[in-house]
Design a protein around this ligand. Structure first.
Ligand code: SF4
Ligand code: SF4
Length: 439
């Protein structure tokens, strides 16, 4: 009887590590594949020799009891996952301060004069950054002419779609119950290619205070926006992300920005056809901080990396949004232990070639406790390589592809602080990235 129990337990481990080996091979993760192969061989030998001698059996039982006890600990939910982030009166962020807006200020223009009159300390850094080869241009370390054209075409098309983001609603307003409208919009967004969608009331604190880029004109105050927000995520292809920081990453980002724009414009047009106001928010045409609204809409949490961490796709998503006045049912924020896991993990900070991600604890930023990234250092690296890098997104343990082997780990991370420590240790041990991959 004891033999059968041992065989049963070992067979379960064997199946899990078999699946783990398969996923490691598909993901081209050599180290993870070798470790799981070694464990598989050990488990196979165990099965072969079970029952051979009582000494061996006691040894195998000893090992299994340790493993089962560990599993019992890591699968037990305790310790909570809630994130407390708001610690003071919050203030709005000025879009003119983001690096993408600053990179566009042309010397001698009104925007340039105004910005550096108010922020003279940033002028030298920004002048140096603007003088570097532009993204997708010859001179970038990873420049490839054809791939650069592909990405540029996607970005250009996304920008050309901006006039379609806004429009006049149909004159006749259709009466649609909130539940029905919410279901219809979500169905539409998912059918168009989004992997997740949520709805929230748009917290005015998430609005940028002033326009930094896009329509509306530099410096225009952003006073209000429609009260409801639909936020959705599109997935970044895992295989493309493996090439970070090389060209396939920026081709993939540009493609997903374009996809997000098409989805948002379609959804906004649909809502306007029902007689309500709706505005699509697309790349270089946002009026609020999307990650913050995505958190409110229940799409995930914001991690050390500064991006949204989705429970299934991790940081490997791009966001799109529609603001509207059609009555909708709201989703609730979700918490699955990201804040605590990020305090332990720090993998994005370790691998960021620009040293742009903090290794330290969260700090108060405009009333919210969070990690802030050094956007100048990050952007300098982008201009050096000529792409949008993506290394942090790629190495984040949450960004692994969805399959049984990784879903089990994602589930375990939610459970308790011990599980998070073990998962962070396991990820560091199994998935190592060399310096050459970061250049
Ligand atoms: S995108 Fe690259 S440079 Fe920027 S924070 Fe991430 S790893 Fe660092
Ligand atoms: S790499 Fe680690 S520390 Fe960074 S965002 Fe992902 S989980 Fe958090």
């Amino acid at each position: 009887m004891a033999h059968y129990a041992l065989i049963f337990v070992n067979s379960i481990f064997l199946i899990y590590f078999g699946l783990f080996l398969l996923s490691s091979i598909v993901e081209k993760e050599k180290r993870a594949a070798l470790v799981s192969l070694a464990i598989l061989l050990f488990l196979s030998l165990t099965l072969l020799f079970i029952g051979l001698t009582s000494v061996l059996n006691s040894f195998y039982w000893g090992l299994n009891i340790i493993v089962l006890a560990t599993l019992a600990v890591i699968f037990t939910p305790y310790g909570g996952v809630a994130s407390t982030r708001i610690i003071d009166t919050q203030t709005r962020f000025d879009e003119r301060d983001i690096m993408f807006a600053r990179a566009r200020y042309v010397a001698g223009s009104d925007a340039y004069r105004d910005y550096y009159r108010r922020h003279p300390q940033r002028k030298k850094t920004d002048d140096v950054l603007r003088a570097m080869p532009n993204l997708l241009s010859p001179g970038g370390r990873h420049y490839e002419a054809v791939a650069a054209k592909m990405a540029d075409t996607n970005f250009t098309l996304t920008e050309k779609l901006i006039p379609f983001c806004q429009g006049t609603p149909a004159t006749e307003k259709m009466s649609v119950p909130a539940a029905e409208a919410t279901a219809a919009v979500k169905r539409l967004v998912l059918s168009l290619g989004a992997v997740d969608v949520g709805v929230a009331r748009l917290d005015p604190i998430h609005l940028y205070s002033h326009v930094g880029r896009g329509p509306g004109g530099y410096g225009s105050p952003i006073t209000d926006e429609f009260e409801n927000v639909i936020v959705f995520a599109v997935e970044m292809d895992f295989d493309a992300m493996r090439h970070a920081p090389k060209m396939p990453v920026v081709v993939e980002s540009s493609k997903q920005y374009l996809e997000a724009a098409k989805i948002a414009i379609n959804a906004a047009s649909f809502i306007r056809s029902l007689g309500y106001n709706a505005r699509a928010h697309t790349d270089a045409n946002y009026r609020f901080m999307l990650p913050a609204a995505a958190v409110d809409a229940g799409l995930g949490e914001v991690g050390r990396i500064g991006y949204l961490i989705h429970p299934k796709y991790g940081a490997r998503v791009r966001l799109g949004a529609v603001t509207t006045d059609i009555p909708l049912d709201f989703d609730s924020p979700v918490a699955f232990g990201v804040q605590h896991f990020c305090r332990i993990c720090k993998k994005c900070a370790t691998h960021c070639p620009a040293g742009a991600i903090s290794h330290g604890a969260e700090k108060p930023v405009r009333g919210v406790l969070k990690w802030s990234t050094n956007q100048e250092a990050c952007y300098r690296y982008w201009r050096t390589v000529g792409t949008d890098c993506g290394i942090c997104m790629r190495v984040c343990p949450y960004s692994k592809p969805g399959n049984f082997a990784h879903d089990v780990v994602r589930f375990v991370i939610r459970q308790n602080p011990v599980a998070r420590r073990l998962a962070a240790w396991g990820d560091k041990t199994l998935y190592q990235y060399n310096d050459w991959q970061n250049d």
